[in-house]
Design a protein around this ligand. Sequence first.
Ligand code: AMP
Ligand code: MG
Length: 411
Amino acid sequence: MVDCCSAPGLLPFEQALEKMLSVVKPIFDAEQVSLNHALGRILAQEVQSPVYVPPNDYSAMDGYAFSHKSLTLDQPLKLVGRSMAGAPFLGECKLGECVRIMTGAKVPADCDTVEMQENCKVEEDYITFLSARKFADNVRKKGEDIAKNHTVFSAGRELTAIDIGVLASLGINEISVYRKLKVALISTGNELKKPGQSLNDGDIYESNSQFLTAMLIKFGVEIVDFGIIEDVEMSINNAFEKADKSADVVISSGGVSVGDADYTKSVLENLGEIAFWKIAMKPGKPFAFGTLPNSYFFGLPGNPVSALVTAHQLVLPALLKMQSVIYKKPLMLTAKTTTTLKKSPGRMDFQRGILTNTDNGELQVTSTGSQGSGILTSMAAANCYIVLAAEQGKINQGEWVNVQMFDKYLQ
Ligand code: AMP
Ligand code: MG
């Protein structure tokens, strides 16, 4: 049996990823952005709360606030004032007294407990409780969400919509984030035409730079688009040189195999250094990673599915590392395959599947069908990868397989 390591010259996927993550170094330049530009950006600072959240004790109910000790008097409480949200009661509320209070209003200094109005009998200015309240009931305590000076977020966190709400709750309106990476995109191929142009005999539409751009916009990078470059060694050399000067990362697609018009590898050898260029994965065997004088270089295969899967599985983790995000292995689920899955031992497979629940709640996965590396619709129909280990052979219907859900970058 052929295993991944005996496939000549092919680096196992995990080793390729590990190697890349060890070579790639973070860029620590930071900038201040306002909260409404912070979504998806990577925190360059630790965030400590400058305040207590909530800043005071607040009522969680519409009702009456009082000191719990007043209950020992066993008599109706006298109403002495009102506390509204944004308009606190400023007077004194002594034992035996209470204050009308609304949800979100500050609990008066002399009070510690709130009774909801549904449990109160009101007679003129006197309130009787219909059931006994525990101390501090219905009070949102000062700092119960976040204590002052508490570390809320660490540097390297990718800010989510929820995080932005948390930052706002601390009163923070500007935050330090790492600057966006500059990524240069180059598509190589004489046969490529931009969408919207007409095709000559033998041409195809260029799609790789389009989905890469979309994916990278989600990631939050600045894209420098070098367009389509002809399969001429000098032209590719010039494009790589210019791209290297203008970006932190250069991503090309196509021309990375061993055909007569494949110059990526030789140009990379000439201008920089190749770390590796063949991976034991499917799709995506020809994938070059290396360094140029000023940037990191990723040479994606031309076939759209191969380009997409390698960009997603390998390039994005490297870009995250450059933004100081700690690599987390993708979450794997196990599901029963509803069909037989073709596979020969040798390379790690990222087949495309549709993950669903069976009627009894189990996870099942169905292949999207033909898995050719040019069939981009096999990716569009899918919601997950079926991840099959390199040494794995054919898989029968009903066997359990690992699946990895598509994440936000593919949606
Ligand atoms: P290559 O790696 O250059 O040999 O290309 C492999 C296959 O992918 C060929 O069929 C190319 O036409 C196709 N291809 C290369 N680049 C692109 C691109 N940017 N968009 C769509 N298809 C491409
Ligand atoms: Mg080509």
